[in-house]
Ligand binder design. Sequence first.
Ligand SMILES: O=c1ccn([C@@H]2O[C@H](COP(=O)(O)OP(=O)(O)O[C@H]3O[C@H](CO)[C@@H](O)[C@H](O)[C@H]3O)[C@@H](O)[C@H]2O)c(=O)[nH]1
Length: 477
Amino acid sequence: MRLPKYDFGAIQVPPFCNGKVMPVDLTEWESSGRVSDFCDSELAYFLKQIQNGFTITFVNTQYIHHQITKSQPNNKTEQDHTHQTADLLFQNLDQFLEGHLHVYPAHVDELVGDLVQSDPSITCFIADTFHTWPETIANKYNLVNVSFWTQPALVLSIYYHLDLLRQNSHFGFHDKREDSIDYIPGVQAIEPKDLMSHLQATDLSSPMLRTICKAFHEVKRADFILINTVQELESETLSALHEKQATYAIGPVFPSEPTKSIVATNLMSEFDCTQWLKSKPHGSVLFISFGSYVQVTTKDFEEIAHGLLLSKVSFIWVLRPDTTSYEETNILPVGFDDEIKDRGMIVPWCSQIKVLSHPAVGGFLTHCGWNSVLESMWCGVPMLCFPLWTDQITNRKLVVDDWGIGLNICDGVKPITRVEVAEKINHVMSGKLGHGLQKEIKNVRQTMEDALTLNGSSQKNFFQFLSDVKTKVQTRN
Ligand SMILES: O=c1ccn([C@@H]2O[C@H](COP(=O)(O)OP(=O)(O)O[C@H]3O[C@H](CO)[C@@H](O)[C@H](O)[C@H]3O)[C@@H](O)[C@H]2O)c(=O)[nH]1
């Protein structure tokens, strides 16, 4: 079913909610290859699981839908309704967020209204926690409101208690307090420097902070919150959240055999690194990736490149075409290719989880995006942390300070230097330090595996969630 095109008015943002509405049998969808084209694999798998006893309608954005269609040269059945506004997405984040706040909700409202009218059996509404409108819309159409959180419980809990941070002058002031934050329920004392980057800002009127304040006000009124984390890893934080609201840790949300997954995580084609990895000794290769969209400054990029040369380790480096804002296509230092020869491999994209699970890989230099952290833990690969913004700053604390499964690449205050990069790489890849990290990460992997077994916490939480949703729906009816 395709809904009519909406007019996005004066603010030009990528068209959101009028994309593709898929009343899906995901089994069929997958075998027809459509899931594999889908860029948000977390959500696809999540939907597949949740299908248990439910019918799912998946609403995709028109922009993403267009990207998917474009990537399929043989797909002649889909019409292209999309404006070419994609580049605006990150070129002007503020403008994008203004659209997100002011234009988007009306369209979601209209879309959900149409859906509910055409199918009155729709009872439940699942949306990403960062959205600012779920409560209003769920209420209007009498739907059970489920918030889906894609970062650690620690990060959710901090956003959840923004009011406390403000009362204590740790957020929203120019001369913020610099002492530890020890009053967030279920959260051990945390330093202000470890807060998410958005909370380090002081301009409360910025579109980002307005979005955050509104979204985390809304989430308090959700009926249920699903979190892509593991109960045993964040038990105190989750218990404290659960006292306030029904919260379910159901992670890690990726296929139980991710290396066999047919779900691509991006529309860029994946470079196959297997043959190259086969030629390398066990645990000798460092994998480097900064996720799907953050950019590295040109200075940091250069220091990392030189640090790699100095370290002498073998590596695979994912360099997306937009990894830095360099205009030139060749962004690597002069002579880099000659120096690395067959020691290093640069790829535009690959299957990260396949690379991480290869025995030749012994370390991961990561920006600490939550999916990367989960995947690294799953594959038992110690991390070298280079957080860039948002939750990555706080995720680093979990990885290095709390779980002891990674090292900092730098102190986060002074700029990184090539010498320090090389030293840290060598620490992770060899010697006593590396072995200690490996021991800890094996325990974490075991915890994750246990959570996913039939009697494990994530499975149990998930079934509890399904049962609670059914009860809630019945009560409402
Ligand atoms: O060559 C590559 C590089 C990455 N990936 C995948 O891309 C995803 C990257 O996700 P993540 O590590 O979470 O990073 P971002 O794409 O940067 O994720 C955004 O969303 C996350 C979840 O909300 C946040 O934790 C991050 O801070 C935010 O930047 C992972 O599944 C990787 O396996 C690949 O498959 N191949």
